[in-house]
Write a protein of this length. Structure first.
Length: 150
């Protein structure tokens, strides 16, 4: 698949297989978030695929949900600890971890954007040349379309 709007169905699972997911991206690329919270959560930048509500889990009873802020929750498998998603609660927007999907199942999705670039530490850099936004820019954009973080 490519950058067209043709629907891609992704299939993935956690490390132990207790949770599986089928999802259709709403944006046909992978987004990286370098913020301090994502890095603490996953060890390095978060790499996610925005799927909005086009997400179907099996093994829902094994999914733990941690409210990491007033507007976001982060999901993980309670059996094996695999991180599953970031959900922006006000928009009910699931961003699934790209690592859940087999390489050949991501339909050639590529890294398309990096956010919170101002919080990225110096000890890694992604080689891809993508658009980058600071945390302030991301927050300003979300506020511009009506979301509030106070
Ligand atoms: Zn698991
Ligand atoms: Zn983040």
């Amino acid at each position: 698949m490519n950058e067209s709007s043709e629907a891609i169905e992704l299939q993935g699972q956690c490390l132990c297989g207790a949770v599986t997911v089928k999802a259709t991206p709403v944006r046909p690329h992978i987004e990286a978030c370098h913020c301090d919270m994502c890095r603490r959560w996953g060890g390095i930048a978060f790499a996610g695929v925005q799927c909005a509500q086009n997400v179907e889990f099996t093994g829902e009873e094994h999914i733990g949900r941690y409210a990491s802020s007033d507007w976001a929750e982060r999901g993980f498998c309670k059996k094996c600890g695999t991180n599953l998603f970031y959900r922006f609660v006000p928009a009910d927007n699931y961003s699934l971890l790209a690592g859940l999907f087999d390489n050949d199942a991501t339909g050639g999705l590529t890294l398309g954007e990096q956010i919170f670039i101002d919080e990225k530490p110096g000890w890694y850099d992604f080689a891809q040349d993508t658009p980058q936004k600071t945390g302030a820019e991301v927050v300003a954009e979300a506020k511009a379309v009506g979301f509030s973080f106070d």
